[in-house]
Design a protein around this ligand. Sequence first.
Ligand code: NDP
Length: 457
Amino acid sequence: MLTVVNPATGATVREIPEDTPETISAAFARARAAQKVWARTALADRKRRIARFRELVAAAKDDLAHTLTRETGKPIAQARNEIGGFDARLDFFLTHIDAAIADQVVLKDAAKKLEERIAHEPLGVIANISAWNYPWFVGGNVFVPALLTGNAVLYKPSEFATCTGLAIAALLREAGVPEDVFIPVVGGGVVGAALTELPLNGVFFTGSYATGARIATAVAARMVKCQLELGGKDPVYVCDDVDVAAAAAATADGAFYNAGQSCCAIERLYVHQSILPRFIDEFAKVVNAFAIGDPLDDATYIGPITRPAHITVLEHQIADAKAKGARVLCGGARIARQGSYFAPTVLVDVDHTMAVMRDETFGPIIGIMAVSDDSEAIRLMNDSTYGLTAGVYTRDGARARAILAHVNSGTAYWNCCDRVSPRLPWTGRGWSGIGSTLSVAGITAFTQPKAWHLVQS
Ligand code: NDP
């Protein structure tokens, strides 16, 4: 039995029976049969059902936000933002699916009576193993285009976002997506591992590097398509020409939104030494003013840490940094109150020998480090095994583009951060993953091309 616990109170939210290897195998067999019918269903019909799902999500937005807040501790305003943002992604997929998967004639040679054509076929049955921090976003980036392109989906929400996963399944069913075409799978890592043992046609995983590496290894010899959206250690460089207060406010939000539990949260801040003292003052003012409290309260900005066990990781990073000479400017420890709350923490005098500047933190801690010029900033930004996003704050667009062109990351931000667009590919380099979701690339990722060579005799 999976027990869902509210991290703000420690109270049990719900108990849900877990899947077993037997129920997972049976689900797979049902999905295999149902996918064949779903793939033959006209695209217009599949779109109509996903459009209905979109209406149902919009109508239930408040209830769904409460469900998400109760199981993850995400502040309610941020839960509503996520579900609102999910609507924009649905809109993108519904608008672009026809063109993205239409047959393409790439050659018509009348003399040779030859036509070359590319068609997009669904992969088949895929597993969508998802993270808890943005279940609507990271789940939807996979299951929406997967369903639209004619795949069946075995969807394993994180054990920390299972109520949301079951709500998604119920709404898809109500919208007319056959229940064997989208099947939720309930359980923790063991259940996720059992899922990867099935004869799948694709595994789409969002989560940590460590789990991603395990999944890639598990499916490699069977040649199962494997797409991974993993963690980050995302850097931002603040140049000497900025409006210091505005840059401090924007980057503090980028570091601490959702208590820093975002794959693209700012995890390292490099600030030009000439503005460092003023920047740190402004940054601390913003952080000290954050409203910390009950995530169901509309005014709350920082709620609890979703996985209480993760507090040990946060404590370790702070102890390691302090032992190596870092200074704690704000926070530095868990908050003495009910629930798994951790104070938003700002560390200065940090360097790259410290875990806090190398390992993913995935919590409300930021290290701020001085740099003397743009080339030092580029060198430090690239000194990471991860490569998800990177940002530069400066008034000078040419300078930002020149710096970011040298940074090895899937996403480049000028004067913005912690931002995702459905129109752009979401893609990591190095330990941040393999493949893309969102954009047209994030639609065709769920298809396999068939190359037609057609000669009229
Ligand atoms: P985890 O890697 O701990 O878990 C992700 C999913 O994998 C969960 O559903 C988990 O189940 C499951 N799982 C665990 N072990 C296995 C296994 N051996 N085989 C198959 N599945 C398994 O990540 P979190 O859920 O804690 O998410 C946080 C991480 O996700 C961070 O690193 C974050 O940066 C990253 N992330 C990346 C995003 C991106 O777009 N690049 C977006 C969002 C998050 P269970 O939880 O039940 O143990």
